[in-house]
Design a protein around this ligand. Structure first.
Ligand code: ATP
Ligand code: MG
Length: 567
C-alpha cells in the first residue's frame, strides 16, 4: 500500500474523553473513529488487525473441531422470553419492533439463537458433541460505554457453544477450549493468565476468564506467586492462614466503647488484632420481586466481596443501604451486631464459624460485646464465603502467597449445563432412547477488545507497538526525501520486492518532511521501518525497530534478506 493513497487519517488530537492508551492511540493513528457513545467505525488499519486476530481464532477453532456459522444479528424477542433473559438482561437489550409490530432484540450474545438452531435438528446422541461458533457484531446497551474499543456498545465477539450428551464430555471440551484460547493469546503475543471466575449462585469451577495483564484493566485478579492459581477477585479463595494472631482473653461482657466507630479504632481500643473483631456490613440486596436489607458479618481484617455477597444472598444486585433504611431496623453504624434473625437476613462469613474470643457491636450506642463465641449460632446461622481475599493471603492450592494484578477480560468460558436447553426444550435421544436436554458449554472472546488489549500491553509515549501477529503492516519503507530520485528508486525497488515476497508492506511516498513521517510511523506502530535516507550515498539504509526504537545500518544488498529474517 502507498501511504500517499492510504486512508489513514492520523491526528495530533485524541478524543477529549480518552484516558486509555489504546483509546488515544487507536484514534490518533487513524484506526478507529467514534460515531456515538460506544459506537466505532473501523478504518482500513483496524480492519487489517481485526482480520488477523479472526484468522488466528479460526485456525485454532478448526483444530479443535469447532465449526463456523453465522446467525442473524436481529433476534426474535420470543426466544429471549423463552429463556427468561428478556428481564434479566434488562436495559442492555436493544429492542425494537418491525413493520408488523413484532418485537426483536439486537443480539448481545447468542445462547438462545444457537439452541434454537440446534434443537430439532440434532436429535441423537450419535451426533454429539457439536461445537458451533461465529465471529459477529454484538450489541449491548452498556450503561457506561467507555475506554474506546474496550467497552463499546457495538463490538465484535467470537462466541461459541458446545452441545454434549454427558458432563464428562463437556469437561473434556472445556479443557480443549481453554487450551485453544491459550494458543490464540500466545500467538497474538500477549501476556495473559487464565483465572477462575465467578460462576454466579451455582458456584463451582466451571467458569474461567482469560485475562490480559495490564495496569489499565478493569478487573483485579489474585494470582499465586508460586503456582498456576489465579482467580478474579470476585471468585478468589484463600488457603488456611499460616499465622493466627494471638487471641485476646476475655469473659463474655458488654463494654462501653465511647467514640469507637471504625474497626481500626475498635482494635486499638481493646489492643487486639482486627482479626478478632466482627465487621458488619449492611447492604440493600435487589431481587426480581423487590429489595431487602441483608447483614453481612466477617472478620474485621476482611472486607466484603460484593459479588460473593450477591451470590450468597441469591440476589440480582447489591447497593448501599441508606441511613433511613438502617434506622428503620434500629441499626447503629459502628455498633451493629447480630439482630433477631426474623428482622433481617444474616449472612456470616465461613471463617467466623465457631470463632471464639470475638468483639462485636452490641446494637447499642457506644457499646460492644467482648468474648463472643460464635459457636453458639454455628448450627442455625447461614454461613457463606463472602470475604474478599487480601494480598499476602495463602494460596488455596499451595503454600505460596497471593498477590493482586490488573487484567482485561478478553475471554470467558463457561459450563452452562442444561440451563438453556431445559428452558428452550432442546433435547436429544440418549443411548436408551430417552429424551435428555443437551449439556452445554459457552465460549466467548472479545475480538475488538483484543485489538485494544494489544495496545494496552504494547505502547509507549509515541504510540502503538503492534506484535508481529497483529501488525496491520509488518514493514514500512520510508523514502526520506521524495525529491531524491535515487532514494525513490531504491525505495520503490525494495517495496516491489517485499510485496512480491508477500510481505505486508507500506511505502511512505509522501512529500512531507522526514521528521513528520517518522512520528507518523511511530504512532501507527509498524514493527519495522526501513529508512532510505542520507546514508544511501554509502550504499546503506537503516532498519528502525519500533519496539526498541533502535536503528541499525544495513547495506542495500543485504536489506531484503535482513527484513525476511526479522519477520
Ligand atoms: P464485562 O464483565 O467486561 O462486561 P461480560 O462478562 O459481560 O464482560 P461476556 O458476556 O462473557 O462478557 O462476553 C464475552 C466477551 O466479550 C468478554 O470476555 C469480553 O472480551 C467481550 N465483551 C463483553 N462486553 C464487551 C463490550 N461492551 N465491549 C467489548 N467487548 C466486550
Ligand atoms: Mg458485561
Amino acid at each position: 500500500m502507498r501511504r500517499s493513497k492510504a486512508f489513514i487519517p492520523t491526528s495530533k488530537e485524541a478524543p477529549s474523553d480518552a484516558q486509555l492508551a489504546s483509546h488515544i492511540f487507536l484514534s490518533r493513528a487513524g484506526f478507529v473513529s467514534q460515531t456515538a457513545a460506544g459506537l466505532y467505525n473501523y478504518m482500513p488499519l483496524a480492519k487489517r488487525v481485526i482480520k488477523k486476530i479472526e484468522n488466528i481464532v479460526n485456525e485454532e477453532m478448526v483444530k479443535v473441531g469447532a465449526q463456523e456459522v453465522e446467525l442473524s444479528f436481529v433476534t426474535p424477542a420470543d426466544l429471549w422470553a423463552e429463556s427468561g433473559r428478556i428481564e434479566k438482561f434488562g436495559k442492555e437489550l436493544l429492542r425494537f419492533k418491525d413493520r408488523k409490530d413484532t418485537l426483536y432484540v439486537l443480539g448481545p450474545t447468542h445462547e438462545e439463537m444457537m439452541v434454537d438452531l440446534v434443537r430439532n435438528r440434532v436429535t441423537s446422541y450419535k451426533n454429539l458433541p457439536l461445537n458451533l461458533y461465529q465471529i459477529k457484531t454484538k450489541f449491548r446497551d452498556e450503561a457506561r460505554p467507555r475506554f474506546g474499543l474496550m467497552r463499546g456498545r457495538e463490538f465484535i465477539m467470537k462466541d461459541g457453544y458446545s452441545f454434549h450428551a454427558t458432563t464428562e464430555d463437556l469437561d473434556r471440551e472445556f479443557e480443549a477450549m481453554e487450551a485453544a484460547y491459550k494458543k490464540v493469546l500466545t500467538r497474538l503475543g500477549l501476556d495473559f493468565r487464565v483465572v477462575e471466575a465467578d460462576s454466579g449462585a451455582i458456584g463451582g469451577s466451571g467458569s474461567k476468564e482469560i485475562m490480559v495483564i495490564a495496569d489499565s484493566g478493569e478487573d483485579t485478579i489474585a494470582i499465586c506467586s508460586k503456582c498456576e492459581y489465579g482467580a478474579n477477585i470476585e471468585a478468589a479463595v484463600r488457603g488456611k492462614r499460616s499465622e493466627i494472631p494471638e487471641a485476646p482473653e476475655a469473659e463474655f461482657n458488654k463494654f462501653q466503647t465511647a467514640d469507637v466507630k471504625s474497626i481500626e479504632e475498635l482494635a486499638a481500643f481493646f489492643k487486639v488484632d482486627p482479626y478478632y473483631t466482627v465487621k458488619c456490613v449492611a447492604k440493600k440486596l435487589i431481587y426480581e420481586e423487590g429489595s431487602e436489607i441483608v447483614l453481612f458479618f466477617m472478620r474485621g481484617s476482611d472486607n466484603l466481596q460484593e459479588v460473593k455477597a450477591v451470590n450468597a444472598a441469591e440476589a440480582l444486585d447489591i447497593e448501599d443501604a441508606s441511613e433511613e433504611e438502617l434506622q428503620e431496623l434500629g441499626l447503629l453504624p459502628g455498633f451493629i451486631g447480630p439482630l433477631d434473625q426474623d428482622k433481617a437476613k444474616h449472612v456470616i462469613d465461613i471463617e467466623l464459624k465457631n470463632a471464639t474470643n470475638m468483639i462485636c457491636g452490641a446494637n447499642e450506642m457506644d457499646y460492644h460485646f467482648v468474648g463472643v463465641d460464635l459457636g453458639i449460632i454455628s448450627d442455625v446461622a447461614y454461613f457463606a464465603d463472602i470475604a474478599e481475599v487480601n494480598e499476602g493471603d495463602t494460596c488455596p492450592h499451595c503454600d505460596g502467597s497471593l498477590r493482586f494484578t490488573k487484567g482485561i477480560e478478553v475471554g470467558h468460558i463457561f459450563k452452562l449445563g442444561t440451563t438453556y436447553s431445559e428452558a428452550l426444550k432442546a433435547e436429544f435421544l440418549d443411548e436408551n432412547g430417552k429424551a435428555q436436554p443437551f449439556i452445554m458449554g459457552t465460549y466467548g472472546m472479545g475480538i475488538s477488545r483484543l485489538v485494544a488489549s494489544v495496545i494496552e500491553q504494547h505502547h509507549d509515549e509515541s504510540g502503538c507497538i503492534w506484535t508481529k501477529a497483529t501488525a496491520p503492516y509488518m514493514v514500512n519503507v520510508m523514502v526520506s526525501n521524495i525529491k531524491d530520485a535515487e532514494q525513490v528508486k531504491v525505495g520503490e525497488a525494495l517495496y516491489a520486492q517485499l510485496q512480491e515476497a508477500n510481505v505486508e508492506v507500506m511505502i511512505d511516498d509522501r512529500k512531507d518532511r522526514f521528521g513528520f513521517k517518522m512520528k507518523d510511523a511511530e504512532l501507527i506502530g509498524f514493527p519495522y521501518t526501513i529508512i532510505i535516507g542520507k546514508e544511501l550515498v554509502n550504499g546503506n539504509v537503516q532498519i528502525f525497530e519500533r519496539a526498541t526504537k533502535e536503528k541499525n545500518t544495513v547495506s542495500i544488498d543485504e536489506i531484503f534478506s535482513k527484513v525476511m529474517e526479522l519477520i
